[in-house]
Design a protein around this ligand. Sequence first.
Ligand SMILES: *[C@@H]1O[C@H](CO)[C@@H](O)[C@H](O)[C@H]1NC(C)=O
Ligand SMILES: *[C@@H]1O[C@H](CO)[C@@H](O)[C@H](O)[C@H]1NC(C)=O
Ligand SMILES: *[C@@H]1O[C@H](CO)[C@@H](O)[C@H](O)[C@H]1NC(C)=O
Ligand SMILES: *[C@@H]1O[C@H](CO)[C@@H](O)[C@H](O)[C@H]1NC(C)=O
Ligand SMILES: *[C@@H]1O[C@H](CO)[C@@H](O)[C@H](O)[C@H]1NC(C)=O
Ligand SMILES: *[C@@H]1O[C@H](CO)[C@@H](O)[C@H](O)[C@H]1NC(C)=O
Ligand SMILES: *[C@@H]1O[C@H](CO)[C@@H](O)[C@H](O)[C@H]1NC(C)=O
Ligand SMILES: *[C@@H]1O[C@H](CO)[C@@H](O)[C@H](O)[C@H]1NC(C)=O
Ligand SMILES: *[C@@H]1O[C@H](CO)[C@@H](O)[C@H](O)[C@H]1NC(C)=O
Length: 472
Amino acid sequence: METRSATSHRGLLPWQGLLLAASLLTFWNPPTTAQMTIDSVPSDAAEGGDVLLLVRNLSANSIAYSWFKGETVTSNNQIAAYLVADGTTTQGPAYSHRETIYPNGSLLFRNVILGDTGVYTLQVTQPNFLTEIASGQFRVHPALPKPSITISDSNPVEGKDSVVLICEPETQNTTYQWWINGQRLQDGNRLNLSDDGRSLTLFNVTRNDTGPYECETWNLVSGNRSDPVTLNISYGPDAPSITPTDSYFYPGTNLNLSCHATSNPPAQYSWFFNGNHLQSTQELYLPSIAANHSGSYTCSVHNPTTGLNRTTTKNITVIEPVSPPSIQATNTTVAEEDSVVLTCLTGDTGVSIRWVRDDQPLRLTDRMTLSPNSSVLTIDPVRREDAGEYQCEVFNPVSSRRSSIIRLEVKYPVREDSDLSGGAIAGIVVAVVAGVALIGALAYFLFFRKIGRASDQHDLTEHKPSVSSHSK
Ligand SMILES: *[C@@H]1O[C@H](CO)[C@@H](O)[C@H](O)[C@H]1NC(C)=O
Ligand SMILES: *[C@@H]1O[C@H](CO)[C@@H](O)[C@H](O)[C@H]1NC(C)=O
Ligand SMILES: *[C@@H]1O[C@H](CO)[C@@H](O)[C@H](O)[C@H]1NC(C)=O
Ligand SMILES: *[C@@H]1O[C@H](CO)[C@@H](O)[C@H](O)[C@H]1NC(C)=O
Ligand SMILES: *[C@@H]1O[C@H](CO)[C@@H](O)[C@H](O)[C@H]1NC(C)=O
Ligand SMILES: *[C@@H]1O[C@H](CO)[C@@H](O)[C@H](O)[C@H]1NC(C)=O
Ligand SMILES: *[C@@H]1O[C@H](CO)[C@@H](O)[C@H](O)[C@H]1NC(C)=O
Ligand SMILES: *[C@@H]1O[C@H](CO)[C@@H](O)[C@H](O)[C@H]1NC(C)=O
Ligand SMILES: *[C@@H]1O[C@H](CO)[C@@H](O)[C@H](O)[C@H]1NC(C)=O
């Protein structure tokens, strides 16, 4: 050490050599006041940042400061020396043009590099040429490069493949954090994280694992984050759906069937009619369809990457709208207890018939019967409550039409035909005569009572005017 310091004296100015010599010759000078210390701010720095080595308890009247790299005070380790008297700084062999000594002795490092990590020693020269030394240290951590994600399988298949995501590069003393869809990773059944957190395994991926994924790296002083990556997971096709959903169409309609299946990559579509291949398109357009277009239409979807096929079949019936039926009755004016037969006549085939009374669906009673195809309605016996307006209605899945109205009248006697005995009739006659006599007697009584009252009233009214005028 002494040999090395001796040879290195050449580069120093005379006063520095003197100071150095003094320091080498002088034994440790126990401080009378608080001991000088060095604090590094910060003590862990990111590459490219600044570090200030702060001097605490610097003794007053110091005449010079000298900073050294390392724990030893040797001339070739010297960074720079500062002379308090004129505020001049003299660079030493370890100077890197990034250091500044302040008048208070502190040393500033700008734009630190990894190699700056280590211990730094300050030697302070007192007026009596005794020296005091103290050391401090800091560590420079690499600025983390922007990480990137490598994917083990760039085209995984849903329900089959597992995928490993690795955050690159591997750096020491780095923690790794994953983000999925902007959320910090939660460990799940199908997720596995390596011990160092750098690799993430997705077991048996589903379409919901598409991402995006980001990885983040951290060391003591800095962090960085990768660009997001998404997985191109192949899935499907799911069962296709066919639009429109209607099954019955009029002849002459332009049929435009569209098929859709969720799939990645997009499914390949083909159409079959009654099992025969029609065309390989997503949409099927059949202009002006006729009855012979009725049948089963199948949409078949295929995902070439997953190798899966799915189909959906739709039965379509092309059917004419119905024409209005006609209605007949055996008799529209029937006597109660007779019967009547209503018949619905239609030229359409494949139609159904229902009956309507007074614009409401007919409620069948136990006196009504329908023929098997509902075209004949028999009411037997007819009752007066069966009177009303009857219609029949024919319908098929696309249309319905009603017949004209038949008005059914039911005749019944106004009052019951009587089979009363002659005695009873005589009794009624007697009762009527007696009744008439009674009424006559009553009328006679009321008449004379009224006359009598009128004469009484006449007497009274003679005095009444004065009373009434008085009252006015
Ligand atoms: C010394 O001077 C520097 C630069 O002006 C300043 O940042 C620091 O706080 C001062 N104090 C000490 C104790 O070094
Ligand atoms: C992340 O890394 C890139 C490239 O290495 C760098 O330009 C960027 O400043 C870094 N970001 C952070 C926050 O450290
Ligand atoms: C993967 O998941 C699918 C459904 O998501 C399941 O049917 C299959 O059994 C799973 N395979 C394995 C190996 O776990
Ligand atoms: C990582 O940390 C350990 C212990 O703190 C240290 O010894 C090692 O030098 C560090 N490595 C890097 C590259 O910073
Ligand atoms: C994906 O997520 C949706 C909604 O959370 C869920 O309904 C569906 O079952 C999931 N699919 C798979 C394949 O896991
Ligand atoms: C996803 O993978 C499929 C199957 O290899 C491929 O056809 C498709 O182009 C890929 N999509 C993207 C966006 O890379
Ligand atoms: C069929 O319907 C689709 C939408 O459902 C439409 O884009 C297309 O133009 C239609 N084709 C014809 C020939 O009308
Ligand atoms: C799936 O569909 C494709 C294309 O339509 C066809 O070539 C293939 O034979 C079908 N595979 C199966 C198993 O039906
Ligand atoms: C209809 O029935 C009524 C009473 O039952 C009867 O008098 C009339 O002759 C019938 N009319 C026809 C056309 O049958």
